[in-house]
Design a protein around this ligand. Structure first.
Ligand SMILES: [Fe+2]
Length: 198
C-alpha cells in the first residue's frame, strides 16, 4: 500500500473554540501530510511495501526507525481525526461505559488518568485508552509510538505533540487535554474500535 492523506471528517473550523482552524490547517495539511509523504518515500522499495498499515507499523518498530516514525504517526493521525468531533465528549455508549467502570474504576477516574497520562508524557507523544489482554488500560507513548507496538489495541488517542495545541493553548497542555476530553472526544468511534478489539 501507499499512504494517503484523508480529508478531515469535518470542516476546519468545526472544532472551535477548542481547536482552531489554524491549528487544524497546520496539523492536517502540514504535519500529517509530511508523515504521509515521507512515509511513502521510505516505504518505497522495502519488503513492507505491500503490507497493511498496521503490519507496517508493527514490523518497522525497532527495525526501521525512520519508516516507523512516519508510518506510526500516519496511523495515529488517521484515527485522531475521528477520535474528535464537534459537540463530542458527551455520554459514553453503554457497553463501553460499563467496561471502563469495571477496568478503570469510574468514568471520572478514567478521564483523570487519561489526562494525567497526557500531561506526564515528557516531550512529544500520545495519551491512550487501549485494550490489553481483554482489559481497558491507560497508556502513554513517546513520539510516533502507539499501543500496537506494546501488545495492545488503541481505542482512543490524543496527540500531545506541541503542534496539536501550541497555537491555541501555548504551553497549557493540561487545558488542551481537558478541553478535548470534555468537549471533543467521539465516544461512538471509541466504542466502535472497542468492539472490534474484543
Ligand atoms: Fe499530530
Amino acid at each position: 500500500m501507499t499512504f494517503t492523506l484523508p480529508d478531515l471528517p469535518y470542516a476546519y473550523d468545526a472544532l472551535q473554540p477548542y481547536v482552531s482552524r489554524e491549528t487544524l490547517e497546520y496539523h492536517h495539511d502540514k504535519h500529517h501530510k509530511a508523515y504521509v509523504d515521507t512515509g511513502n518515500k521510505l516505504l518505497e522499495g522495502t519488503d513492507l511495501a505491500g503490507k497493511s498499515l498496521e503490519e507496517i507499523v508493527k514490523a518497522s518498530y525497532g527495525t526501521n526507525q525512520a519508516l516507523f516514525n512516519n508510518a506510526g504517526q500516519h496511523y495515529n493521525h488517521l484515527h485522531f481525526w475521528h477520535w474528535l468531533k464537534p459537540n463530542g465528549g458527551g455520554a459514553i455508549p453503554g457497553e463501553l461505559e460499563k467496561k471502563i467502570i469495571e477496568d478503570l474504576g469510574s468514568v471520572e477516574k478514567a478521564k483523570e488518568d487519561f489526562i494525567q497520562a497526557g500531561i506526564t508524557q515528557f516531550g512529544s507523544g500520545w495519551a491512550w485508552l487501549a485494550v490489553k489482554d481483554g482489559k481497558i488500560v491507560v497508556q502513554k507513548t513517546p513520539n510516533g509510538e502507539n499501543p500496537l507496538v506494546h501488545g495492545a489495541t488503541p481505542i482512543l488517542g490524543v496527540d500531545v505533540w506541541e503542534h496539536s495545541y501550541y497555537i491555541d493553548y501555548r504551553n497549557r497542555r493540561p487545558d488542551y487535554l481537558k478541553a478535548v476530553v470534555e468537549n471533543l472526544v467521539n465516544w461512538e468511534y471509541v466504542a466502535e474500535l472497542y468492539s472490534k478489539a474484543v
